[in-house]
Design a protein around this ligand. Structure first.
Ligand SMILES: NC(=O)CC(=O)C(=O)O
Length: 374
């Protein structure tokens, strides 16, 4: 156990001390440290990370240093403030969510995805979202075989070459689900976002690998073959600021909160939940992420194939900022077309001004990367 005593005049100093301590002492990359450091205005703060199991900082607090909620001002926290919602080119538009049937035939999967994107665009979608692992069966045996070198592009990555071509030809934004990515000797589960010019705007590698063991129900270990991504991914597009997560990433609310604090309008989660967790958790998690953060959440699953090694739950969905399911589907192949209107975000945030009502004197969100960049 490491222990040090910090004489703090106020929580601002304490906060920066904690952040510096994390950034200096951890041998892990910043993104492997927790996104949150809980702040308790009591005498003891316990911080945990993988190396310093019990780094304890004691605070000799005097009661006057603890700000009362009524006096608390977020800017006094010494942390980067939440960013306001930006003004994208389009604030009201249609989203197309393509729940695709996936087969072992990669070339067919690519052509099939292309057709679905074209159909969604033809129905008016200016943003199209694809499922998790849409060019390959979802299995540890398949990932290395179907993986593409996205950075090398073109012939080395026919799946993303198609996404780039179709997004520029149709002048739409594409959140390209995910595919297995090969980079050197590593494999990732990776989502590429293409802008209306066909350029790759962002690449999100699944941060939280799906390792689950519910005996008799489902055991799956992505970590057998995949490596976890290291960065949250938020991207400005013509259709708003989008935070990207892949499937299991949706279970980690800190990631969604960080996206919200960075001004996201919409969170997109390509995801393939399963027949055990899907019925209970899939919609619940989407609605929770949306209502807690007062933004839109879109999910896109592969269609269910009862004969596949991994059977996807399906039920791709769009949820609004009040936690309302705006559009959803069953488990078969389908294309959801639904409207997104960002003026409703402002409205809901005025109805329920959660950001202003947060008790920053009791707890705070620390976006490690933004603190580190300060
Ligand atoms: N497949 C996943 O990544 C996640 C999932 O199915 C679950 O969290 O349950």
């Amino acid at each position: 156990m490491k222990s040090s005593v910090v004489s703090s005049k106020n929580l601002i100093r304490l906060q920066s001390a904690i952040s510096r301590s994390f950034l200096q002492h951890s041998s892990k990359p910043i993104s492997q440290t927790p996104f949150f450091i809980p702040i308790f205005p009591t005498n003891t703060i316990n911080l945990y990370n993988q190396r310093y199991q019990n780094l304890q900082i004691q605070i000799r607090s005097n009661s006057s240093s603890i700000m009362s909620s009524s006096a608390f001002k977020p800017e006094q926290a010494g942390l980067p403030p939440a960013l306001p919602l930006p003004s994208p080119l389009l604030t009201k538009f249609k989203i197309g969510i393509c729940q695709l049937a996936v087969t072992p035939d990669k070339e067919r999967n690519i052509q099939h995805a292309r057709k679905a994107i074209e159909e969604a665009a033809q129905k008016g979608a200016q943003l199209v979202v694809l499922p998790e692992i849409w060019n390959s069966p979802y299995s540890n045996d398949s990932f290395p075989v179907y993986a593409e070198d996205i950075d090398a592009g073109h012939d080395a990555s026919p799946s993303t070459a198609m996404l780039s071509e179709v997004s520029s030809r149709l002048k739409i934004t594409v959140v390209g689900g995910s595919i297995p990515e090969r980079c050197g000797d590593k494999l990732y589960n990776t989502c590429c976002v293409f802008g209306t010019d066909g350029n790759l705007k962002a690449k999100h590698r699944k941060i939280h690998l799906f390792d689950i063991d519910i005996p008799g129900k489902i055991t799956f270990m992505e970590s057998k073959t995949l490596t976890a991504g290291e960065t949250p991914t938020i991207v400005d597009t013509d259709v708003g600021r989008i935070g990207v997560g892949i499937c299991y990433d949706i279970r980690f609310q800190e990631l969604a909160m960080i996206y919200a604090s960075r001004g996201a309008h919409l969170l997109c989660y390509p995801g393939a939940f399963n027949m055990t967790t899907g019925p209970l958790h899939w919609e619940l998690l989407q609605r929770a992420r949306a209502v807690d953060n007062q933004l839109y959440v879109a999910t896109c699953s592969p269609a269910r194939d009862a004969g596949a090694g991994y059977v996807a739950w399906g039920h791709s969905t769009l949820v609004g900022p009040f936690g309302e399911v705006l559009a959803t589907t069953e488990h078969d192949e389908d294309i959801i077309i639904a409207e997104i209107d960002y003026s409703i975000l402002e409205q809901r945030r005025a109805n329920l001004p959660l950001a202003k009502q947060r008790r920053g004197d009791l707890y705070q969100l620390v976006d490690i990367r933004r603190v580190g960049a300060h």
